[in-house]
Design a protein. Structure first.
Length: 277
């Protein structure tokens, strides 16, 4: 299913948070949302997920405007995992994953055999099967994150919107989770901080800066050393270990201090410098 945003913008308290965003996500592709802290990734994600109504712009799924989608129909189609999903309730993991089944059942129907089967399959697909009877509150941050993705799988939508789905995961689980998400063949939009993961898993990336889309396209074309310096203020070496594979980013230095953003102004000599050279 094709998700299209045209000229999307949202403001809070008179401050423009995102503005004029055009982006399209297509089936079988992973679209990455990139950009520094505060660039607007989560805001855009929330707008795409219809959790926040934009002030202007158009949003559609397969050419049908969001306003024409009913709540339940949308919930069966579009699956969102937000950055911090918490619950205060004392529930077990199986129940958390089963939340993904709610849009699929009638108001008064209970959990069916089919629902239980889907929940188990989602747990298997995301490697959390052994956690099903554990209390949610007793899980580690990474385990909770994997369970949230299992919940998204159980929702059986056609579009997945994942806001930093790997930020609590160890390296093996980061790779494994993105492999599994990619293997669904769904339309996937994922906010990421790790440029190496973005280069390896995304078909296209949209780079945000100060709420605006500044670069958009395949990662190997978009993520040059110049762009990383301009957007992230990091000196980076872009390596090509495999000519047919994704680029690899070797981070050399942050230029935030040099830009005068640290408490001390950042213009003096490097206190940790060894003066050698
Ligand atoms: N409701 C709000 N009221 C005021 N400012 C907001 C609101 N929501 C977001 N912002 C601001 O908008 C900017 C973009 O926030 P957003 O969470 O979208 O950024 P992000 O790119 O996801 O950042 P991060 O990488 O840190 O998660 C930030 O400066 C944030 O403080």
């Amino acid at each position: 299913m094709r998700l299209e945003a045209k000229g999307v913008g949202w403001s809070a308290g008179g401050t423009v948070i995102i503005d004029g965003i055009d982006v399209t996500a297509v089936p079988g592709h992973v679209l990455g949302l990139l950009g520094p802290n505060g660039a607007g990734k989560s805001t855009l994600m929330n707008v795409l997920a219809r959790l926040v109504a934009p002030d202007h712009g158009e949003l559609s799924l397969d050419g049908r405007d969001y306003s024409q989608w009913g709540r339940r129909e949308m919930a069966r189609t579009l699956v969102a995992v937000q950055q911090q999903a918490t619950t205060e309730q004392d529930v077990i993991v199986e129940d958390v994953i089963d939340l993904g089944r709610i849009p699929h059942r009638g108001r008064w129907s209970g959990i069916s055999r089919h629902d239980r089967g889907v929940v188990r399959r989602a747990a298997r697909q995301t490697g959390v099967e052994q956690l099903l009877q554990r209390h949610w509150q007793s899980l580690s941050g990474g385990e909770q994150q994997r369970v949230q993705i299992a919940r998204a799988f159980a929702q059986e939508g056609r579009i997945m919107l994942l806001d930093e789905p790997t930020n609590h995961l160890d390296i093996a689980h980061q790779l494994d989770m993105l492999d599994r998400v990619r293997a669904t063949g769904l339309t996937v939009v994922v906010a990421l901080h790790d440029l190496n993961l973005a280069a390896a898993y995304c078909d296209e990336v949209l780079v945000l800066q100060d709420g605006r889309a500044v670069h958009y396209g395949p990662p190997a074309r978009v993520l040059t050393a110049e762009v990383v310096r301009e957007v992230y203020r990091v000196e980076v070496r872009v390596l090509h270990p495999d000519p047919d594979g994704p680029p690899l980013f070797q981070y050399l230095r942050s230029d935030i201090a040099a830009a005068g953003e640290d408490a001390g102004g950042g213009t003096g000599p490097d206190p940790g410098g060894d003066g050698g050279g």
